[in-house]
Design a protein around this ligand. Structure first.
Ligand code: ZN
Ligand code: ZN
Length: 94
């Protein structure tokens, strides 16, 4: 039984690369720690790939390598909802 319709959007390698660049350009920093070290940026899926891969700009957020590792390693207790919230309401330095 599959209650949810399949919404996977999977891109070609080149299109994915372009999308990731757009994501990095848009965010310009790690959305968790605010690091601007571009060479450590990783694209992170807001809706986890495990729930169906959605490769769209709206589903991607920029994280630095360290934050990305910690997030996936379960060391950070940030939920997807919190991430989206942070994303929609960038912190004012607090
Ligand atoms: Zn970071
Ligand atoms: Zn990720």
């Amino acid at each position: 039984m599959r209650p949810m319709p399949k919404t996977n959007v999977v891109l070609s390698r080149a299109a994915w690369k372009k999308l990731v660049e757009e994501c990095f350009d848009r965010d310009g920093e790690c959305k968790l720690c605010g690091s601007g070290a571009k060479d450590t940026f990783c694209p992170h899926h807001l809706i986890p790939v495990s729930r169906g891969r959605v490769d769209t700009l709206g589903n991607l957020i920029t994280l630095c390598y360290a934050c990305h590792l910690r997030l996936h390693g379960g060391e950070l207790s940030v939920t997807v909802d919190e991430l989206i919230d942070r994303y929609n309401h960038p912190s004012n330095g607090a």
